[in-house]
Design a protein around this ligand. Structure first.
Ligand code: ZN
Length: 1006
């Protein structure tokens, strides 16, 4: 087996020039297939004439059995799904899975040996009994049985609605690079030989079939003609699927010059037809097959297919087939999926999305269908080029339609939003890479969007006419063939006569960023010279435009090394600005430096105040405002506003300030953070320096005084955080080091004897300052199943030191979103001063139950930080021992140690689904001299109970109903009544809120 791998590797490094001795294998399919719609099974027989047009003698042929991707959780498909955090198939029922079997391959009527390739059940290796010489043909036959899975990706059935794709045994491509055996994947498409197909489908008579190819059966043509006249617009037939006819029909489709065959069968489809005339006079029938309940969505949708066919036939090359169909079906791999002449559309919510999906999928007939590139290895050649045309056709259709503002991602600015999100963090990838190497975010943001924008860039640079000439040449040279990127390049360079290495070597093959700025504007006589500066290593040409408001008046291109100015002569007087990349066709990572205003106070700086935040790159320097409201037991109601510049994509310099006014303490309170992040792309992926702080009141006294007085704290915490670079962008491992220093100024109450009233009275003392250093190392492995994390910490100052280690592990059950969680903690405390004052260090000791008074750095939000009573005082944090029961009314709370402490916290999801998320928990801890310190003499503490999780774990309530003797003793003596109610505690997960990492949080959702 290994020699084949070697052959592929050797060949894959050869082709860097356009293919010279081009060949492609000849292939003719005849497939007979019968649908059993009761057991959802296809039974078929396939006959393939295979001709070896290469100069090589073939001894083996690779075959794809892609339906086996759905056989079990060991397939490459399932592994990729799990890696991409898509677990629907992994957790699917046996009955919903599918496979292909009952195969019996023969070549020229002789039995042959077949074997599984590389432990992948969806790739088989056929050993030829006799070598297949150049120019010779063989006939390969096999029966097959396909158990149709539910729809997890592309192939599948949704009840008796069938999406039959990637279904029949299919030879891999053999080209100048060798064999291309590829497993079925969801993220990653295909590469197939071009040939002719005759497919005979037998199924109950009342099914409507949409398929690749030209329908040959006269009775079926009549059946369709009749259906065209009986459109069901009632929208009420949902779930009223008619019984299948007992009588069957066999219908035949034939087609040349295609590389795949898909078909879709459903008993209720409406059919709509529109004829479109191409510039040559040729006519093409555009069909829409849709469910009656989607009548209003799909009505006249054949017009969209027609416009797409017309546009691409005019601007790229003529559509050679007789018809094109779109099918309203079910798909889990994107919004739609293309097959030659037929396309399936998944669930879409609006007409405008439907339009985009139809244009895109029908457009694939060119970029994938006729220009049959290797989609798995060079996905941009189909998705990127196709998205480029999808945008153009959408623009041309929309110019005649009413514009709707709803589609955030469809504006020009946001066409590369996802790319910019990744590029700003240096986790983007080159456009030209293997499909499965991309992160889910980059597959959409780069292969589709950035590639399309790069082509717009090339188009504006070459001009529409030259660009179209290049594209038409590419089409004429490579129609019905397998072009590689170098072939596309050769077409464009030869036709335009230009060296386009900036486009191909940098724009397509590398991830070099683009960011131009206007450096200088000089007025000389009646000439204006505009100098641009390149802020990256990119060497492409840059357009500089003279603008009147939003309109481009004149554009000049500047080329690398950008030392020549763009010279504008005889410009109108009322020019408002000079702008780089005014059409936004260059995928820059910063737009706010593109404009130089000729009027106004600032030429470049454009301050702008806005409510909320914004998405996409902006030309202005934005300040955002959001009103804020907060509460704690001392300051009580606080109102204020958050002033920030946090948006997507992020700025490097970010801040968020939340000043508030407290109506109880009549003072200013609030929090804030300010930070600068850079992505050096070396040992470190990301470095952030930040300062955060807060100031609130945290204690109240009214001892013998008329009005309450409050203790206040001011915390300032400078920090530096290093994220280590991962092995690859798809890696799920994260290592981080954080160093911080916390400066705290705290007030404390003084109690002095008042001689006049002869009582002790409280007053507020002066601020006392302390500084605490802390270092944290965090390792995270965010794999889909059984992720874990551990953290080592060291903190202290001249008076104390604390070493901590905490580990978290999630053990997943074989049930979706159900797991067992283990947390372990160990800590060691050092009293460096052997304090004379016994209480001085008490709040820094290790704690089994961690509460507000232990949070000496003011890192968490506590609603009632120093109270011993009341519902709000029942707040605990999952720090240190992680226990849930407080014993605050003891002078020395249970489970406090000035030496060492260790604990384990277990919790589990319940195997049932409840309206609220409920878990069971159990905590156990022991510490130095536990037997001496615990009143019971026990060596350990224990609590267990149930937790109720609200707002996605932001607020968790704990109901402990089992506890060790010491806790029991405490709760019994303190709460003689309603003991359970008083023992309930809660936690607010506030420590994970980091405004400077919002972008990362958003990205992790992809
Ligand atoms: Zn696509």
């Amino acid at each position: 087996m290994q020699k084949f791998i070697l052959v592929i590797i050797l060949f894959s490094h050869v082709a860097t020039r356009a293919q010279t001795a081009y060949f492609q294998q000849g292939i003719n399919y005849t497939i007979d297939v019968t649908l059993d719609d009761e057991s959802h099974i296809l039974k078929g027989f396939e006959k393939i004439e295979y001709t070896n047009h290469s100069k090589d003698t073939l001894r083996n042929i690779f075959f794809h059995l892609w339906a086996n991707a759905y056989k079990n959780d060991r397939s490459a498909y399932c592994e990729q799904e799990v890696e991409n955090k898509q677990t629907a198939f992994y957790f699917s029922k046996e009955d919903d899975r599918g496979f292909i079997d009952s195969l019996h391959f023969k070549i020229d009527d002789e039995d042959i040996n077949i074997s599984e390739y590389n432990n992948q059940e969806d790739i088989q290796l056929l050993e030829l009994n006799h070598p297949l010489l150049p120019g010779k043909s063989i006939v390969i036959t096999t029966p097959f049985r396909l158990v149709i899975p539910a729809v997890f990706s592309r192939l599948g059935h949704d009840g008796q609605s069938y999406q039959i794709s990637q279904w029949y045994p299919k030879p891999a491509v053999y080209d100048a690079q060798g064999w291309h055996p590829i497993p079925y994947l969801d993220q990653g498409e295909f590469y197939s030989e071009i040939g002719s197909y005759t497919v005979n489908i037998t199924l109950p008579k009342n099914y409507i079939v949409a398929a690749t190819g030209e329908l040959q059966t006269a009775s079926e043509l009549q059946f369709i003609e009749a259906k065209l006249k009986t459109i069901d617009s009632s929208s009420t037939t949902k779930n009223q699927i008619p019984e299948s006819a007992t009588e069957e029909k066999t219908i035949t489709f034939k087609q040349n010059n295609i590389h795949d065959f898909a078909w879709f069968a459903n008993k209720t489809y409406n059919i709509e037809k529109k004829e479109v005339q191409l510039p040559s006079g040729k006519k093409v029938n555009c069909y829409s097959y849709y469910k009656p309940e989607n009548y209003f969505l799909y009505k006249n949708s054949s017009n969209i297919s027609a416009e797409t066919i017309r546009y691409l036939s005019t601007h790229v090359g003529e559509y050679p087939y007789a018809s094109v169909s779109i099918v309203d079906g079910k798909i889990e791999a994107g919004g739609g999926m293309e097959y030659p002449m037929v396309t399936v559309i998944g669930k879409v919510s609006s007409r405008s999305t439907l339009q985009t999906v139809i244009i895109h999928e029908v457009g694939h007939n060119w970029f994938y269908g006729m220009l049959a590139s290797n989609e798995r290895e060079h996905p941009w050649m189909d998705e990127g080029i196709n998205t480029f045309y999808e945008r153009q056709i959408n623009d041309s259709l929309r110019s005649t339609q009413k514009k709707k503002k709803s589609d955030v991602f469809e504006g020009k600015l946001n066409g590369i939003f996802l790319y910019q999100l990744a590029a700003k963090q240096n986790i983007d990838q080159p456009i030209d890479d293997h499909a499965s190497n991309f992160t889910s975010l980059n597959y959409g943001g780069i292969v589709y969007a950035k590639a399309a924008t790069m082509l717009s860039y090339l188009q504006t640079y070459l001009g529409n006419a030259v660009f179209e000439q290049c594209m038409k040449y590419y089409f004429s040279q490579w129609q019905f063939k397998h072009p590689y990127p170098q072939d596309f390049r050769q077409c464009f360079e030869s036709q335009s006569g230009k060296d386009l290495s900036w486009f191909f070597d940098q724009g397509i093959s590398s991830d070099v960023k683009m960011d131009f700025k206007i450096e200088q504007v000089k007025k000389e006589n009646n000439e204006i010279k505009v100098f641009a500066k390149n802020r990256t290593l990119f060497t492409g040409p840059v357009p500089v435009s003279a603008m009147y408001k939003d309109s481009v008046i004149q554009t000049q291109w500047i080329s690398s090394p950008y030392d020549q100015a763009a010279v504008f002569k005889n410009l109108p007087e009322d020019i408002t600005a000079f702008q780089i990349n005014a059409e936004e066709q260059i995928p820059e990572i910063k737009f706010s430096n593109n404009v130089y205003s000729t009027h106004g106070l600032f030429h470049r700086f454009k301050p702008h105040v806005k409510f909320g935040s914004s998405m996409g790159l902006t030309y202005t320097n934005d300040l955002y405002i959001i009103p804020s409201i907060a509460y704690n037991n001392y300051d009580q109601l606080m109102l204020g506003c958050i002033l920030h510049n946090i948006k997507l994509p992020n700025n490097k310099f970010q801040f968020a300030f939340d000043p508030m006014y407290s109506f109880q303490t009549h003072s200013l309170t609030g929090t804030g953070i300010i930070g600068y992040t850079w992505f050096p792309n070396n040992t470190f992926q990301r470095i952030t320096i930040s300062v955060q702080g807060n100031s609130f009141h945290h204690n109240e006294s009214k001892l013998n005084i008329a009005n309450s007085i409050f203790e206040r704290h001011i915390k300032i915490q400078p920090a530096i955080s290093f994220d280590f670079k991962n092995r690859g962008v798809r890696s799920v491992i994260q290592n981080n080091i954080r160093l911080q220093c916390t400066a705290i100024a705290e007030q404390h109450f003084n109690y002095s004897f008042d001689a006049i009233d002869s009582v002790y009275k409280s007053s507020v003392g002066a601020y006392e300052k302390q500084y605490i250093g802390k270092a944290l190392f965090t390792h995270q492995n965010n794999m889909t199943f059984n992720p874990y994390q551990y953290q080592l910490g060291m903190e202290g100052n001249q008076t104390f030191a604390k070493l901590t280690a905490v580990a978290n592990l999630r053990i997943d059950y074989y049930l979706k979103n159900k797991a067992f969680y283990v947390r372990a903690f160990a800590g060691k405390f050092f009293d460096l001063k052997s304090s004379q004052d016994e209480f001085a260090l008490q709040n820094k000791y290790l704690n089994t139950t961690y509460t507000g008074s232990n949070d000496f750095s003011y890192d968490d939000i506590y609603l009632s930080r120093n109270e011993q009573k009341g519902a709000l005082a029942s707040q605990v944090s999952l720090q240190e021992g992680g226990f849930k029961i407080r014993t605050l009314q003891y002078a020395n709370p249970l489970g406090t140690s000035n030496n060492w402490l260790t604990s384990i916290n277990l919790r589990t999801d319940l195997p049932i689904s409840l309206p609220l998320k409920v878990q069971l928990f159990l905590d156990a801890a022991t510490f130095a001299d536990a037997a001496k310190l615990n009143p019971s003499g026990n060596n350990a503490l224990l609590d267990a109970g149930a937790s109720i999780h609200l707002f996605k774990d932001a607020l968790i309530l704990y109901v402990p109903f089992i506890m060790s003797k010491d806790f029991k003793g405490y709760t019994k003596s303190m709460y003689p009544k309603n003991r359970i109610l008083h023992t309930i505690t809660f936690t607010i997960q506030s420590r994970n809120l980091n405004f400077l990492r919002t972008q990362e949080k958003v990205i992790s959702m992809f």
